[in-house]
Write a protein that binds this ligand. Structure first.
Ligand code: NAP
Length: 194
């Protein structure tokens, strides 16, 4: 019988947050699709996760090319049969962000494929499956503590200029919250009343 357990697709899978999210969801019974550009690093991560008993597979793609998303989603579905959760965070430490106060059209144009167009295409490709099941979730990581807010979406979310984060010392580390593996249920459209 084919494995029908849930699947998380991590777009921008590295050794940081992507690997942690993969492990955390795997503890909830998820299988894991990992997407990034460098095959050697992805293969090493898959080997690690597989060694921990996790069903994981690598998919190489450059997420700054939104036109390639439908084919990528098809390949992931071909391997796993389904996608239940999308984690979108293809931003590594080397990449820099303009603070919201310095955002201009040239920067916005350069960053839009990776940070805006591709995630729209990824969610669009997943939606029919989620609507069919009435279940599915997409999440984007918050910024790393101490790093500036992402300028690309900041104008949408906040009118205030960027300010530095307060020091970490004033924040307590508490017990992790329970994981919401189905963050949002998409209701089926109700039939029109006669
Ligand atoms: N690590 C943390 O503790 C933490 C905490 C909170 C928030 N975050 C946020 O989470 C995001 C990811 O951080 P991370 O620590 O997980 O970084 P990471 O380990 O470097 O993973 C990001 C991965 O994205 C991939 N990537 C970059 N550009 C790509 C592209 N055009 N197409 C496909 N893949 C691409 C990179 O692999 P390739 O270069 O091989 O493509 C990289 O391995 C960041 O926005 C970060 O601020 C991280």
């Amino acid at each position: 019988m084919p494995d029908t357990s849930k699947v998380i697709a991590v777009f921008g899978a590295g050794t940081g947050l992507g690997a942690s999210v993969a492990r955390r969801f795997a503890r909830e019974g998820f299988r894991v699709a990992l997407v990034a550009r460098r095959k050697d690093r992805l293969d090493a991560l898959v080997e690690q996760l597989t060694g921990e008993g996790i069903d994981a597979a690598a998919f190489t793609a450059d997420l700054s090319k939104p036109a390639e998303v439908p084919a990528l989603i098809d390949v992931i579905r071909g391997r796993f049969g389904r996608i239940d959760v999308i984690e979108y965070g293809p931003i590594s430490g080397e990449q820099s962000f303009a603070p919201a106060t310095k955002l201009d059209a040239v920067t916005l144009q350069k960053d839009s494929p990776l940070l805006l167009f591709t995630p729209v295409e990824v969610v669009r490709a997943a939606l029919p499956e989620w609507a069919e099941r009435g279940d599915g979730a997409s999440r984007r990581p918050a910024r790393r503590p101490g790093r500036p807010r992402r300028a690309l979406l900041a104008p949408v979310h906040q009118a205030r200029p960027h300010r530095a984060d307060p020091p970490r010392a004033d924040r307590r580390v508490t017990q992790p919250r329970p994981l919401a593996t189905t963050a949002r249920v998409i209701p089926r459209p109700s039939a029109p009343s006669a």
